[in-house]
Design a protein around this ligand. Structure first.
Ligand code: FAD
Length: 408
């Protein structure tokens, strides 16, 4: 009887474990995670789940019974200290160890807490990655009427959290170090749209604000920026990016680049160890380069590939990245990777407010589409990118001109 051990029980680990059973694995499956909560969906943590009063049971990836039914052992609240490749064992924090025939590393990422003086001792200062973070944030909101919040970082998590906290009745300011929000991932048109959207809802999104220290006036935190401005805050939420949890793999001597390097079957430099999800550095055939992605799509797709590969199936990762974000009543859907674009076309849908899409090109090759309240643009964009069909940019930019992928 073979043992498969999975380190990390979140989107990647859980999808892997269930896919492994579906693919016919008859051996044991043991999944270990330091988080004591049954595995849950992370995207809603900054969106609908944050603003709701739901308990985490309403947000689980799988019910408790499903793990029993599929004979998947969960070891929650347990930290994995090391991987011993020679003896094919994982060493747990309590010193015990667990043997494996196949090991899957699905350790994801953790939030960066920047070394800003005063941040570690600031009152009510949280990142947002786990159910416990949400519990802390909700509790702080509930206990403070007219709560003032400073969100450090204007990426998706920062902006979604700002929108949610505003909905919960807080007064929110977002401080972004760059000259625009979402600068790493979208065109200026999209950044401006979101800044305006937040302003309309009464959330100040301030750019070129480099936070240099957190002080206190005895009552509230004072968030101080390099330009001399400062902002009072009862609560600080930090959303400035993530560190990949690659240390276990690194110490075990696996090949590491910008994440744990894996091949098209999600296999690491050790043939019996696979890695999936946010922690991996993998090749994307659509963009012909190695990338690291922070997305549910990638976690799920790599999980399926690893499960098939371990069961001896011939398979290769070939997914087109996609992602979404919900802020207020706006749904943003993104497909493809826009990095390296040299041209954008903005298509506004005639007569529809807050309904448009941004199409990113390199030369005449479509790289990516960001669609705001516009499922059609998202679906068409996906087809165009996958099909490699060339687009008439002038037609695309004309809201009265119909356009459709040939294979639709
Ligand atoms: P993770 O979810 O990071 O899970 C890794 C797990 O490994 C953790 O539970 C951790 O406790 C455990 N672990 C790590 N090291 C150890 C160890 N040594 N011992 C024991 N356990 C360990 N993605 C989207 O596609 N769309 C969205 O809208 C979106 N919104 C998001 C909003 C928020 C607030 C957050 C935090 C993320 C969001 N994401 C979104 C990203 C998405 O949640 C991640 O891409 C996804 O969770 C990655 O899954 P994963 O299993 O690879 O890693």
């Amino acid at each position: 009887n073979q043992n498969c051990v999975v380190i990390g029980a979140s989107h990647a680990g859980v999808n892997f474990a269930f896919a492994l059973r579906r693919e016919g694995w008859e051996g044991t499956i043991t999944m270990i995670d330091i988080d004591p909560t049954l595995p849950y969906h992370r995207p809603p943590l900054s969106k609908a789940y944050l603003t709701s009063v739901d308990s985490i049971e309403k947000n689980l990836l799988k019910s408790e019974e499903s793990y029993v039914k599929e004979n998947i052992n969960l070891k929650l609240g347990v930290w994995v200290d090391a991987i011993n490749r020679e003896n094919k064992k994982v060493v747990l924090a309590d010193g015990t160890s667990l043997g494996y025939d196949k090991l899957v590393i699905a350790t994801g990422a953790r939030p960066i807490m920047p070394p800003i003086p005063g941040l570690d001792t600031a009152k009510n200062s949280f990142a947002l990655r786990s159910a416990a973070d949400v519990a802390n944030i909700r509790k702080t909101v509930a206990e403070n009427v007219g709560l003032k919040v400073v969100v450090i970082g204007g990426g998706y998590i920062g902006l979604e959290t700002a929108a949610s906290l505003k909905k919960m009745g807080a007064e929110v300011v977002v401080l972004e170090r760059e000259s625009r929000t979402l600068a790493r991932v979208t065109a200026p048109e999209m950044s401006l749209f979101f800044q305006k959207l937040h302003a309309e809802h009464g959330v100040a999104v301030l750019t070129e604000k480099n936070v240099v220290s957190i002080e206190s006036n005895g009552n509230r935190n004072i968030v101080v920026c390099s330009d001399g401005t400062n902002y009072e805050a009862d609560m600080i939420v930090v959303g400035v990016g993530i560190h990949v949890n690659k240390e276990l793999a690194e110490k075990a001597g696996l090949t590491i680049e910008n994440g744990i390097q894996v091949n098209e079957m999600a296999q690491t430099s050790d043939k019996d160890i696979y890695a999936i999800g946010d922690c991996t550095f993998h090749h994307n055939p659509h963009y012909k380069r190695h990338i690291r992605l922070e997305s549910v799509q990638n976690a799920v797709d790599q999980a399926k590939i690893a499960a098939a590969a371990i069961n001896g199936k011939v398979c290769a990762y070939n997914s087109l990245p996609w992602f979404w974000s919900d802020q207020y009543d706006v749904k943003l859907q993104m497909v493809g990777l826009s990095q390296d674009y040299d041209d954008v076309v903005v298509r506004k849908e005639a007569d529809k407010e807050n309904c448009f899409s941004v199409w990113y090109f390199k030369g005449d090759t479509l790289l990516a589409v960001d669609a705001v309240n516009n499922a059609k643009a998202y679906v068409y964009g996906t087809k165009f990118i996958k099909g490699g069909e060339k687009l008439d940019k002038s037609k695309l930019g004309d809201p009265t001109a119909e356009f459709k992928p040939a294979n639709l």
